[in-house]
Design a protein around this ligand. Structure first.
Ligand code: PBG
Length: 333
């Protein structure tokens, strides 16, 4: 690559190209449309109800019928995909996590209902045992250790149930070793070869997930932390290795999570692998922006749009963000 050229003043006056909206539009390097958004939503049981999530002001858990309405709205705003997360009470949490692969659990019920009403909406799921685990972990715990291979077997069952329900994209977020290969092989052999995997490949052991754990009912349940399976926030090379591994095992797309504090990882992943790359602007990132905006400390809409553009500039094809409908409305003008 040639060195960037910048003629000295007064030959060069870079402000010329910043002078008017038209000139700025002509020379803008990065574009963003609703196609770049994936909207994560939280589900709860019951009918025609919703409940606010205190640590995520403006976000509510929705019953399935309201999730269908939300999907219609999202579609009309041009959002191509939604990601579903179930709120689970203590009654859904067991030692064997069997609710995770029930065809009639909240996620699978919602997939069928939304697909029925809004078939063109792509639906993504989360694969991890934490909503169904008595101890809030993404994997089985035996004698205080997260056990890898039995967990992978359970994740495969969970993946197959989601594929049967009609999910378009599976999102393994558990960080167990070997899960992508196992899920891909099972999908192929059970006739779900068309189902895509968006692997949470570069998922860090982050404190930014705090509000999410409130949203899905995991805060009280989680014993200890997730550092034996999620990546240390100090590690970039390890994140790249995990992306390479998940792609080799059959992932179609990869995710970096959290987002805003990990833009270097987004950029390096896109650069090194040239595959569809997504970032998750997680619950804590949402809470920071929205909390400050509601206090009048930040211009919420502008900060939101700037943060989303930063993901695009860093090389992400799209962003999972709780702001998706709001951002899409602003993009529509
Ligand atoms: C669980 C999962 C988490 C998130 C998505 N899937 C939490 C965790 O790993 O503890 C976090 C999303 C967010 O914070 O918005 N496997």
């Amino acid at each position: 690559m040639p060195k960037p050229f910048a003629a000295p003043f007064p030959l060069s006056r870079p402000r010329r190209l910043r002078r008017t909206p038209a000139l700025r539009a002509m020379t803008r390097e990065t574009a963003m449309t609703p196609d770049n958004l994936i909207w994560p939503i939280f589900l709860q049981g019951g009918r025609d109800e919703q409940s606010a999530i205190v640590s995520m002001p403006g976000v509510s858990r929705l019953t399935v019928d309201r999730a269908v309405t939300a999907a219609r709205e999202a579609r009309s705003l041009g959002i191509p995909a939604m990601c579903l997360f179930p709120y689970t009470g203590p009654e859904s949490r067991t030692e064997d996590c069997a609710e995770a692969w029930s065809d009639d659990n909240l996620t699978n019920t919602a997939i069928r209902a939304i697909k029925d009403a809004v078939p063109e909406m792509a639906l993504m799921t989360d694969i991890a045992l934490d909503p169904y685990n008595i101890n809030g972990h993404d994997g089985y715990v035996v004698d205080g250790e997260i056990v890898n291979d039995p967990t992978v077997e359970a994740l495969v069952k969970m993946a197959l149930a989601q594929a049967r329900a009609g999910a378009d994209i599976l999102g393994p977020s558990d960080m167990m070793d070997g899960r992508i290969g196992a899920i891909r092989a099972a999908l192929e052999s059970e006739g779900h070869g068309h189902v895509a995997i968006l692997s949470y490949a570069a998922k860090f052991a982050s404190a930014f997930y705090g509000p999410f754990r409130d949203a899905v009912g995991a805060s009280g349940a989680l014993k200890g932390d997730k550092k034996t399976y999620q990546i240390d926030p100090a590690n970039a090379e390890e994140a790249l290795r995990m992306v390479g591994r998940d792609l080799a095992e059959g992932a179609d797309m990869v995710m970096v999570k959290p987002g805003m504090s990990y833009l270097d990882i987004c950029h390096r992943v896109k650069d090194a692998f040239e595959v569809p790359t997504f970032a998750y602007q997680v619950s804590g990132e949402y809470a920071m922006i929205e909390g400050a905006a509601r206090n009048g400390w930040l211009d919420g809409d502008r900060v939101m749009m700037e943060s989303l553009m930063a993901f695009r500039r860093a090389g992400c094809d799209g962003v999972l963000t709780y702001f998706a409908p709001r951002a899409a409305r602003i993009m529509a003008g």
